[in-house]
Write a protein that binds this ligand. Structure first.
Ligand SMILES: [Fe+2]
Length: 467
């Protein structure tokens, strides 16, 4: 029998989990779903069925929501990711702690990195569909039924964990990823992975970062792989002081590891960088040794304490789209804020990943106020060449997810296509999937596929083409 969940801000409102798995065929549609849109939108987020002790949103069991779109019709289903931890909790009828922590005696991880929550991102690669969470290996799911296939079916040979933000190179079809704290908890070791379309591990090489830090995302270009390390540092002695090992420590400095594609990790060059914090990158490209990347850039690490135990000031917890340039030869870095509204969840037309992009899509929050739970209420298109911005506002109080771009056709120009996102309606406490014309975002949805229930706030998702 499932017990009621504790009273916690991240278990209330639309952060609260739903306690069912549903299958709905032929959703009610407002507007018209383009007949050229054929595939599935997957989204994943924390949705604990059980909670053990203290809760944090990042550690709730993953639930996947799928919208299968075909011939103007939308079918929907949601399923928990049936990780070994989740299955064991169901069996016991109670929550278990996430054992990513180390053995206090040895410093080694308590598990083989196959005991995660699979709640952060869901991506398709070749025939594979995998749910990801940065402390663990990829977890495979069946694309139609969302049935759990488990760990070890994809990237079986990687050492350490896999980021939730791997990068698929459209030219080579290879997926690049990394892990941090690869040797043991609190270690500065990282691992660089390359996986082919069949799910085979081509390389998984360990190297040392300047210090141990939480590293959520990274970037690739046609010629380089970059590992930006910002000082959300890990110090095990903080566990006794604050009960938590991670804090933002500006004194540690920031460094960007630059690796030429295909080279040995022993050749990584560490370039000192401005002290900021970045969870997510929009994209990166290089022209010779000059690298450009767009990031959602924060003055400190939001959602984490500063090194003195203080909580970041409200203004410091707002991320803004910022363009960074880096000259690999000289080490000179420049950064300029390019969009002044608080934003997150940056996405591009993925066919241009690792190459020069023009169009960016983000979730924005121009009316954000302190205490609103950090929600995003707008979808924004940014033309990075002209600076022109188009915004669709779902209404303050409602919440939009990360916008996922789908091209109109394989040979469509960059940015010609649709944006798909889920929207939570605060008044009806239901969610829907919206489809926008990516070239006319301010016109609002061209189709809305409506659910009778809500999708709790989650993290990331992606599109998988049919056929
Ligand atoms: Fe993320």
């Amino acid at each position: 029998m499932a017990a009621s969940l504790p009273n916690h801000p991240q278990l209330r409102g639309n952060y609260a989990p739903i306690n069912f798995e549903a299958t709905y065929n032929d959703l009610v549609i407002e507007g018209t779903v383009p007949t050229g849109l054929s595939g599935s939108l997957y989204r994943v987020g924390p949705n604990p069925k059980f909670v053990a002790g203290a809760y944090h949103w990042f550690f709730g069991a993953g639930m996947v929501h799928a919208f299968h779109v075909n011939n103007g019709q939308v079918d929907y289903l949601n399923r928990w990711v049936r990780t070994p931890k989740f299955e064991r909790e169901v069996e016991l009828g109670r929550g278990l702690n996430l054992e990513i922590s180390m053995n206090q005696e040895t410093g080694q991880f308590a598990t083989d990195r196959r005991y995660g929550v699979a709640n952060t991102h869901i991506v398709s690669h070749g025939e594979h569909l995998v749910a990801l969470e940065e402390g663990s290996h990829p977890f495979s799911l069946q694309p139609d039924s969302l049935a759990s296939s488990g760990y070890g079916n994809y990237a079986d040979g990687i050492k350490g964990a896999m980021t939730a933000h791997p990068k698929l190179d459209p030219e080579t079809g290879e997926l690049h990823g990394f892990g941090y704290m690869s040797d043991h908890f609190g270690s500065n070791t990282m691992t660089y992975h390359v996986i082919d379309r069949t799910g085979r591990t081509l390389r998984s090489d360990t190297f040392e970062a300047p210090y141990a830090a939480m590293v959520h995302d990274f970037i690739i270009t046609r010629d380089y792989v970059l590992f930006p390390i910002f000082p959300l540092t890990c110090d095990l002695s903080r566990i006794e002081k604050f009960g938590f090992p991670f804090a933002f420590d500006a004194s540690a400095g920031a460094f960007i590891g630059v690796l030429a594609r295909g080279a040995s990790v022993s050749t990584i060059k560490w370039i000192e960088a401005p002290v900021r914090y970045v969870f997510h990158y929009l994209n990166a490209w290089n022209e010779g040794t000059n690298i450009t990347f767009d990031a959602i850039d924060f003055p400190v690490a939001p959602n984490f304490p500063n090194v003195d135990g203080s909580i970041p000031a409200y203004d410091d917890a707002q991320g803004k789209l910022t363009r960074w340039t880096l000259d690999v030869k000289t080490g000179v870095i420049d950064r300029q804020q390019t969009h002044h509204v608080a934003a997150e969840f940056p996405r591009i037309d993925d066919r241009f990943a690792a190459a020069r992009h023009r169009h960016g899509f983000i979730a924005g929050a121009s009316q954000r106020t302190k205490g609103d739970g950090g929600l995003f209420h707008e979808i924004r298109h940014i033309d990075c060449e002209t600076g022109k911005v188009q915004t669709w506002d779902a209404g303050f109080g409602n919440g939009v997810s990360e916008p996922v771009f789908v091209e109109k056709s394989a040979d469509a120009k960059e940015g010609q296509g649709w944006l798909l996102a889920t929207v939570y309606d605060n008044h009806s406490a239901t969610s829907s999937m919206v489809i926008l014309n990516a070239e006319a975002v301010e016109d609002g949805p061209i189709a809305t596929a409506k659910l009778d229930h809500r999708i709790p706030y989650g993290f990331h998702g992606s599109w998988r083409h049919n056929g």
